[in-house]
Design a protein around this ligand. Structure first.
Ligand code: HEC
Ligand code: HEC
Ligand code: HEC
Ligand code: HEC
Length: 416
């Protein structure tokens, strides 16, 4: 993993050590994690590949590289793109093609705003939080103890980044339980256009079309407020509503012009509005195999080359390490699965014992392993634990038509 990340982390630790103020770690007794071990784990699970914003200079950072390409396309320096001699003439085309892993939530303020128990549970069993963000947090092979350590470490980052603490002088100013009105909050929510960015499933069926909101970052990063009552530290909610940038200086939520009373009313609405049960999303029906011929070129163009190769390709000295599905990553072992061409796809992947296996071998349910991984992603989206890891990892499940194409190709004897 990137030496730069290690250097950055070491710098942050050093920074906290020489600062005059003592570290003010708020540790809930149940979550006393081992900070040093947490730091090792954050490196091992490579959280920074997805969560470090605007820090490219590493050939493995998904978000960093994609953002550097976006910045170069807007006239920024091409030297920030972590590729040897980035081809100037391709930047605009790349920028157009890159849709995913561009804007993900940063860690800044996470432990100041979110409950540590929630953070730990989320790491162990993540679920979709943001309706307009395609990407989801992948379930990492992490134990409960490790999750505690990671959360403890994240807490120290927040202490380095932001030392400000008390928002109100009057400790009751944020008390929405005592002084907030749910009904008034509901009206304010509508008046202030909160629903143009936020869904609150169980209250508002769908996020309303965001008329007039041009900031795609804000739209994608806006959480479904259904989960806020589980996630948020209650005493931080009113400060957040009045001034999101106070605890999270890179917040994509604009500061609102609200009075303290309006903040309490909105908080009462968000924390206490009755939520209707949410039906689990349905898994679509499998389509019958196509009876027309399906060849490699079509499967590659529609599926492997579009989505999979960005994590499953042969390492290339200039473009990077081949991706986590080839070289290993996110705490997962090296699988050496290369889906870039016909021969490499047939070479298969390494199983847990390091033995080569075909991706066409029957899986637990009799379907080829490759196909099982695609359906498993649908099951994960339904909140179920799948028997194999769903693919594409962290991205939306393939459409039934795409899966049909893969299944048809396999059933027809995988012609070239
Ligand atoms: C493959 C990319 C990827 C990796 C690796 C990854 N995450 Fe995430 N993470 C995401 C995405 C995407 C989301 C947003 C999920 C959503 O909103 O539904 C997310 C959300 C989160 C959140 C919730 C933040 C918020 O404001 O809602 C936390 C906390 C988090 N990740 C911690 C971690 C930690 C700690 C690691 C490393 C141990 C890690 N992630 C590794 C992609 C990743
Ligand atoms: C060194 C720069 C770089 C790194 C690092 C990088 N990418 Fe990309 N990515 C690109 C470029 C360039 C494209 C567009 C390629 C094309 O289609 O011509 C792309 C395209 C993609 C696409 C397809 C378009 C889309 O947005 O759906 C996905 C998915 C993707 N990358 C995922 C990842 C993931 C996951 C990682 C980290 C494991 C990653 N990338 C790391 C440069 C990078
Ligand atoms: C322009 C889009 C936008 C508007 C309008 C907006 N928000 Fe947000 N809101 C966001 C984003 C983005 C975040 C996540 C911030 C981040 O992580 O950087 C957020 C976060 C939140 C959170 C924290 C939720 C959680 O579970 O973490 C609450 C609560 C919230 N907003 C309430 C409101 C209310 C109430 C209004 C109306 C007064 C409002 N927002 C208006 C974009 C918006
Ligand atoms: C964001 C990165 C990423 C993307 C995109 C991705 N994979 Fe993977 N893939 C991985 C990782 C990491 C592993 C190793 C998983 C493990 O060890 O549990 C893996 C493993 C696999 C395996 C081996 C079986 C297994 O579970 O270990 C198959 C088959 C597979 N992927 C197929 C695909 C297909 C097909 C696509 C495109 C539809 C795809 N992957 C897209 C990261 C990715």
């Amino acid at each position: 993993l990137s030496e730069r990340l290690v250097a950055l982390l070491v710098a942050l630790i050093a920074l906290s050590a020489c600062s005059e103020e003592p570290l003010t770690l708020e540790r809930s007794p149940a979550l006393l994690g081992n900070v040093a071990h947490g730091r090792e784990l954050v490196i091992r699970f490579e959280c920074a590949r997805c969560h470090a914003q605007g820090a490219a200079k590493s050939t493995s950072r998904c978000v960093g590289c994609h953002q550097a390409i976006g910045a170069a396309a807007k006239g920024g320096s091409i030297d920030e793109v972590p590729i040897v001699d980035p081809p100037r003439d391709k930047i605009a085309l790349w920028d157009e093609r890159i849709v995913h892993f561009r804007e993900l939530p940063s860690f800044i303020g996470a432990t100041r705003l979110l409950r540590r128990e929630w953070l730990r549970d989320f790491l162990l069993d993540p679920h979709d939080l943001r309706p307009r963000l395609d990407e989801t947090m992948p379930a990492l092979p992490m134990t409960a103890e490790e999750a505690d350590d990671v959360v403890a470490y994240l807490g120290t980052l927040d202490d380095v980044v932001s030392r400000r603490d008390a928002f109100f002088r009057d400790e009751h100013a944020g008390d929405y339980e005592r002084d907030g009105d749910l009904g008034r909050g509901a009206r304010l929510f509508a008046e202030h256009g909160c629903a143009s960015c936020h869904a609150m499933s169980g209250v508002l069926a769908q996020p309303r079309p965001a008329a007039g909101v041009a900031d795609t970052r804000a739209l994608e990063l806006a959480p479904d407020l259904r989960f806020t009552r589980e996630r948020f530290q209650p005493e931080r909610l009113v400060p957040w509503l009045l001034q999101p940038s106070f605890y999270k200086h890179d917040s994509a939520m604009p500061d609102n012009r609200l009075t303290e009373q309006e903040g309490r009313d909105l908080a009462a609405f968000i924390m206490k509005a009755p939520l209707a049960a949410q039906p689990a999303p349905e898994r679509p029906l499998r389509l019958p195999p196509l009876d027309r011929p399906v060849g490699w070129d079509e499967v590659s163009a529609e599926v492997f080359g579009k989505v999979c190769i960005h994590c499953h390709s042969d390492p290339d000295a200039e473009m990077g390490d081949g991706g986590p599905g080839f070289a290993g990553g996110f705490g997962m072992p090296m699988r050496k699965l290369d889906l870039t061409d016909y021969e490499s796809t047939f070479a298969g992947y390494l199983d847990d014992d390091g033995k080569r296996r075909s991706v066409f071998e029957p899986s637990h349910d009799g379907t080829p392993r490759l196909v099982a991984a695609l359906w498993a992603r649908w099951e994960e989206q339904q909140g179920k634990k799948a028997a194999v890891r769903g693919m594409p990892l962290g991205l939306p499940a393939l459409s039934v038509e795409q899966i049909q194409l893969v299944e048809s190709w396999v059933a027809q004897g995988r012609p070239r």
